[in-house]
Design a protein around this ligand. Structure first.
Ligand SMILES: Cc1cc2nc3c(=O)[nH]c(=O)nc-3n(C[C@H](O)[C@H](O)[C@H](O)COP(=O)(O)OP(=O)(O)OC[C@H]3O[C@@H](n4cnc5c(N)ncnc54)[C@H](O)[C@@H]3O)c2cc1C
Length: 477
C-alpha cells in the first residue's frame, strides 16, 4: 500500500509545533517522544503502521479548536482518532501528522428521557452510552461487535452498524446532531435534539465522512425504550447455500427479526474452541433474534422456523433462558477474536443484496482455493453485510500482498452483484484504491468537491477514502 511521502519541512519544525501545542494543552496531553507515539502507529488494521509526529489528547471542544487552529496555521496534517478499532485503516497516521485523539472527551452532557435523547462527548465508548441510560430501561441501538472499546466519534465517522441494525438501522439512523470543529478551528453545530433539521442535511454528509470534514467533539443520540423481551434461535445447516437461501426467504416473507447473523464452519470451529458457546459442528449457522412481548416472540419465531423448514436445517435450537441467549451471543461476539487466535487476518466488509448470498459465498470458497488462503465468514446476513476474514501469515513474505489481492477480488465481486465496497467499516486506506470500481471519475469528483469546501487545505486525515492519485492532484491545486 502506497502512503504519501512525509513533508520534511513539517518534520523539521516538530519541536516548534510541539511548543505551540503545549501552550494550549496540559503537558501530559502532548505526546511526542518516538517511544510513546508508537502507541498510535496503527488501528485494528495492523498490517499497516506508521508512528505519527505527535499525538494530542484534548478534553474539550475548545481545546480541539485550539489544536486545529495551530495545525491549520502550521500546515500540519491531522488524523482524528477515537479508540483506534477501525478495521479499514481509517485512523492510520502519516509520519508528519498530529493524531488528535478524543478518548478523554468522554462525559455525558445531557440526558432527556422524555424526548428520548442523550448528548455525549464523542470519545465516550458505544457500550457506555447504553450503560448511562439502562437503569431507566433505555438503550442506544447501534451495537458494533467492538462496542466495549469503540468510541461514538469513530461510529459517527464510519457510520457504524452491528448485529441489531437490521431492525434499528445504523449510526446515521440514530444520530440527531453533532458539534464539529473545522480544520481552521471554527466550531459548528449540525442537527440538534430533534428529528431532521432545516436546510441542507449536512449531518447526513458528516455521518460516514471518515474524519475528512471536521473533528466531531459532541454527539446527540436517539435512545430507545428497551423491548419487553428478546429471544434468539440458533439454526445449523449442512451447506452455506442453504443458510444463505434461508436468510433470503425470511427477509422476502416480510418478517423483521432484530438480527440475523451468519457463521460458516471455519468460524464456528474457531469460536467453539475459544468461547465454548455450545455451537453445533455444522457447515453454517444462523443466529436469528426477535423482540417484543412473549406472544409476539412466539409468533415471530414460529414463522421463522416454518420458513427455515424448506432449507432442511440440521438443528433448530430456540433459546430457553436468558443464560442460553447470552451464551449464543457470546460466541458470535467472540468470533473475530477467535479467528485472530489462529492466524493474522484481514476482515473485509462488503455489502450485497441478500438474494446473492448463496452465489457470493460459493465464489468466496472458489477464491479461497485459487489463492490458497483460508477464509472464515461471519457477518450480518439480514442486511447483506458480509465480513470474510482472510487468514494470512504476516511474517511470511508475499502473504499480505496475496491477501490484499484476494480481498480486492471479493470486494469487486460485491460490487458486481449489485452491492458495495463497504457496509459499516468504511473505506479508510484499505479500500481507497478500489473506489473507482464502484464510482465513475465524475462521482468521485463530486465527493472531492465536498471535501474542498470543508477542508480546503486538505489537511484532515490524508491518504484515506479517495484514490491517492485523485487527492494528490487536488492538494497540489
Ligand atoms: C473486533 C472488532 C469488531 C468490530 N465490529 C464492528 C461491527 O460490528 N460493526 C462496525 O460497524 N464496525 C465494527 N468494527 C470496526 C470499528 O470498531 C468501527 O469502525 C468503529 O466505529 C471505530 O471506532 P473507533 O472509535 O475505534 O474509531 P477509530 O478507529 O479511532 O477511527 C475510525 C475513523 O473515524 C475517524 N474519527 C475518529 N474520531 C473522529 C472524530 N472525533 N471526528 C471525526 N472523525 C473521527 C478516524 O479518523 C477514522 O477515519 C469492529 C472492529 C473490531 C476490531
Amino acid at each position: 500500500m502506497e502512503m504519501p511521502v512525509p513533508n520534511a519541512a513539517i518534520l523539521g519544525r516538530k519541536y516548534q509545533i510541539v511548543q505551540r501545542l503545549q501552550a494550549v494543552l496540559p503537558a501530559e496531553a502532548v505526546i511526542f517522544e518516538p517511544v510513546e507515539t508508537r502507541a498510535y502507529e496503527c488501528d485494528a488494521l495492523t498490517a499497516y503502521r506508521c508512528p505519527p509526529m505527535v499525538a494530542v489528547l484534548p478534553t474539550s471542544t475548545e481545546q480541539v479548536a485550539a489544536v486545529l487552529k495551530i495545525c491549520f496555521e502550521e500546515g500540519v496534517p491531522v488524523v482524528p482518532r477515537g479508540s483506534g478499532t477501525s478495521l479499514a485503516g481509517g485512523a492510520l497516521p502519516t509520519a508528519d501528522c498530529v493524531i488528535l485523539g478524543v478518548s478523554r472527551l468522554n462525559r455525558v452532557l445531557e440526558t432527556d428521557y422524555d424526548n428520548r435523547f442523550i448528548r455525549v462527548q464523542s470519545g465516550r465508548t458505544n457500550l457506555s452510552v447504553t450503560g448511562a441510560v439502562e437503569e431507566m430501561d433505555f438503550f442506544y441501538a447501534p451495537d458494533p461487535s467492538s462496542q466495549l472499546a469503540c468510541a461514538i466519534a469513530g461510529n459517527v465517522a464510519m457510520n457504524s452498524g452491528g448485529a441489531h441494525c437490521l431492525k434499528y438501522g445504523v449510526t446515521t439512523n440514530n444520530l440527531l446532531g453533532v458539534t464539529m470543529v473545522l480544520m481552521d478551528g471554527t466550531v459548528i453545530e449540525l442537527g440538534g435534539a430533534h428529528l431532521d433539521a432545516a436546510g441542507l442535511d449536512l449531518l447526513g454528509v458528516v455521518c460516514g465522512s471518515e474524519g475528512q470534514l471536521g473533528v466531531v467533539t459532541e454527539a446527540t443520540l436517539r435512545i430507545l425504550h428497551k423491548p419487553e423481551g428478546a429471544r434468539p434461535v440458533l439454526m445449523g445447516f449442512d451447506t452455506n447455500e442453504a443458510a444463505g437461501a434461508c436468510v433470503s426467504d425470511i427477509i422476502k416473507a416480510g418478517v423483521l427479526p432484530v438480527a440475523i447473523e451468519f457463521m460458516d464452519r471455519p468460524c464456528i470451529r474457531a469460536t467453539e474452541a475459544f468461547a465454548h458457546a455450545g455451537y453445533p459442528d455444522v457447515e453454517a449457522l444462523l443466529i436469528i433474534e426477535v423482540e417484543g412481548s412473549g406472544a409476539e416472540i412466539d409468533s415471530q419465531l414460529a414463522k421463522i422456523i416454518a420458513i427455515s423448514a424448506a432449507h432442511n436445517p440440521v438443528e433448530v435450537r430456540e433459546s430457553k433462558s436468558p443464560d442460553e441467549s447470552a451464551r449464543i451471543w457470546a460466541g458470535r461476539k467472540a468470533a473475530f477474536g477467535a479467528m485472530g487466535q489462529i492466524n493474522d487476518y484481514m476482515c473485509l466488509d462488503g455489502t450485497i443484496p441478500v438474494t446473492q448470498l448463496p452465489f457470493v459465498l460459493r465464489r468466496i470458497g472458489e477464491l479461497s482455493r485459487q489463492y490458497g488462503l483460508d477464509v472464515g465468514n461471519v457477518f450480518h446476513a439480514g442486511d447483506g453485510n458480509m465480513h470474510p476474514l482472510i487468514l494470512f501469515d504476516a511474517n511470511k513474505p508475499g502473504d499480505l500482498e496475496l491477501c490484499e489481492a484476494m480481498g480486492a477480488d471479493i470486494l469487486k465481486l460485491c460490487v458486481e452483484v449489485g452491492g458495495c465496497l463497504t457496509g459499516e467499516h468504511g473505506v479508510g486506506v484499505e479500500k481507497r484504491d478500489l473506489m473507482l470500481t464502484q464510482y465513475t471519475a465524475a462521482d468521485i469528483d463530486a465527493q472531492l468537491a465536498v471535501k474542498d469546501v470543508f477542508d480546503p487545505a486538505w489537511l484532515l486525515n490524508p491518504a484515506k477514502v479517495f484514490p491517492l492519485k485523485t487527492t494528490e492532484t487536488r492538494r497540489a491545486a
